[in-house]
Design a binder for this molecule. Structure first.
Ligand code: ADP
Ligand code: GLC
Length: 489
């Protein structure tokens, strides 16, 4: 049997850490392609040429001349660079991407008015590279699209003639769908017949994510539990019916974590490195947090930590509601997050009300995120829904058992501490089901009690720290999925 050539994959994403990151998708887009390459997949990344990328990669070369992508799109060209040994193409279009602010919003937190064009262009270029008219010699077998900003790529490809790449649509968060008025259809250069229920139309509007789910050959999401949940009316955010219809094409592949960046034994962003054999060194990180936030450097008081977008999804309103009751225990709390103004205000008010017990840092701070993972005793993630979630995996790796709600990837990664799981040495945290403040409080109460039992706590830390959350398993599953989608000549 002759050896098959490497599968060629175009990995299309609106985020890539650390240059463009609003959440876990940025982390995934940095780590997964590198692991795929390491196992022999010829993967190349396609991402908008944000100013942060242009500044970081000064040696980029032009990969194409300028071209007109059709519709009302501004002209663009492709730049080529190597991002941590992964070849990447940047979609260069100064009109769309050269601005201060985030990938999706301006500095004031308002969505860019032309997001349909910004991400329509990303999708359009992805489709072009997957078509016979591609300006590049390298032709992908699979165009792998991530979240709504890439959702139109499978639609564009469907309407192109000639041989073309297969498409995989990965859903990282179904709550974000990229829905725009029907009037954007001609601007986006989509044919009139695409505006149908069997197309890009969604309740009279145009939906990027619905288009991706409808037109892609295969669909995946970032945990097996979330793959089931998004087929329900409750968690499908209006797309549950379509996903049920396409369920034979849908699969859940659990994310990994970048175990080089998130490694307590080598992490340059924490106060003191540690591993399980030297777990006592973890306390220097707790102390650093306590000193920094005037919490009183007490070893005998457990410290709860949170690093999160402060949004409805994350369920932190439940936590805010019970902080006064947690404060009746000897416990401290550090919250790092940014997001909805009401939640930011709620945590600021709790910090003011419980000085020396509660600290709230409203903002985005990568280094502090690492220190909280390392220095907290218990990590809290009471999400309403959580497609995968990375922070609970970081926390287990840092010997910080998490308290999580049994949803999505949280249910798939954290093993609740019960007599049975203790005996089997698999318990890694505390899991609760009901979406109520009381259920969260009960789980936190169990964690606080366990923390006081030193042997039990060490066992939980050991079980979590020795779990392998690396990207290898997921990369092998994606590689098999890609292969199942193509016919090699
Ligand atoms: P989501 O993508 O839904 O926000 P994940 O758990 O998958 O959730 O990923 C969140 C990522 O963003 C993690 O890497 C986490 O450390 C990071 N993060 C979230 N909020 C902050 C913040 N305020 N400061 C620093 N890092 C943050
Ligand atoms: C989304 C989800 C999060 C997931 C991340 C990466 O942002 O909210 O749960 O971990 O994507 O897949």
């Amino acid at each position: 049997m002759s050896k098959q050539r490497a599968t060629r994959v175009l990995f299309v994403t609106p985020e890539i850490a650390p240059w463009a990151k609003s959440g876990g998708l940025g982390d995934v887009s940095a780590a997964l392609p590198a692991t795929l390459r390491a196992i022999g997949v010829d993967v190349r990344v396609l991402v908008p040429a944000y100013p942060s990328l242009a500044a970081a990669f000064k040696d980029v070369k032009a990969a194409t001349d300028g071209f007109h992508p059709g519709g009302a799109f501004a002209p663009a060209r492709l730049l080529a660079a190597s991002v941590d040994a992964v070849p990447a193409f940047f979609v260069d279009c100064p009109d769309y991407y050269h601005r201060p602010g985030g990938a999706y919003q301006d500095a004031g937190g308002n969505d860019w008015q032309d997001n349909h064009l910004r991400f329509g262009l990303l999708s359009r270029v992805a489709a072009l590279l997957g078509s016979r008219d591609s300006p590049l010699a390298w032709k992908p077998d699979v165009v792998h699209c991530h979240d709504w900003p890439c959702g139109l790529a499978p639609a564009y490809l469907d309407f192109l003639a000639g041989p073309r790449s297969a498409t995989l649509m990965t859903i990282h968060n179904i709550a974000f769908q990229g829905v725009f008025p029907a009037t954007t259809l001609p601007e986006l250069g989509l044919p009139a017949e695409s505006f149908a229920i069997d197309g890009v139309e969604y309740y009279g509007n145009l939906s990027f994510l619905k288009a991706g789910i409808h037109f892609a050959e295969r669909i995946s999401t970032v945990s097996p539990t979330y793959a089931r949940e998004i087929q329900t009316d409750e968690l499908g955010c209006g797309l549950g019916g379509l996903l049920r219809h396409r369920s034979a094409r849908l699969t859940g592949i659990l994310n990994g974590i970048d175990s080089a960046v998130w490694n307590p034994a080598t992490d340059p962003l924490i106060a003191q490195c540690f591993e399980f054999a030297r777990i006592e060194r973890k306390t220097a990180n707790k102390r650093a947090l306590q000193v920094r936030f005037d919490l009183g450097p007490r070893k005998d008081v457990p410290l709860l930590g949170i690093v999160s977008r402060l949004t409805h999804q994350k369920g932190l309103d439940l936590l805010a509601a019970i902080v006064p009751r947690i404060a009746t225990h000897p416990a401290q709390l550090v919250v790092l997050g940014t997001g909805e103004p009401e939640l930011e205000a709620a945590f600021r008010a709790l910090a003011a009300r419980f000085p020396g017990r509660v600290a709230a840092v409203i903002g985005y701070d990568e280094a502090l995120a690492h220190l909280i993972e390392a220095g907290a005793d218990i990590f809290v993630m009471p999400s309403r829904f959580e497609p995968c979630g990375l922070n609970q995996m970081y926390s287990m790796r840092y010997g910080t058992p998490p308290v999580v709600r049994a949803t999505g990837g949280l249910a798939d990664t954290v093993v609740d501490c019960t007599p049975d799981t203790r005996r089997r040495q698999t318990a890694t945290g505390f899991v609760f089901n009901e979406l109520t403040a009381d259920a969260l409080l009960e789980a936190i109460g169990r964690a606080l009690a366990a923390w006081n039992d030193k042997r039990l706590w060490r066992a939980l830390q050991r079980n979590g720290m020795r779990r392998d959350f690396g990207w290898q398993t997921a990369a092998r599953k994606y590689s098999l999925l890609y292969r199942s989608m193509i016919n090699f000549p």
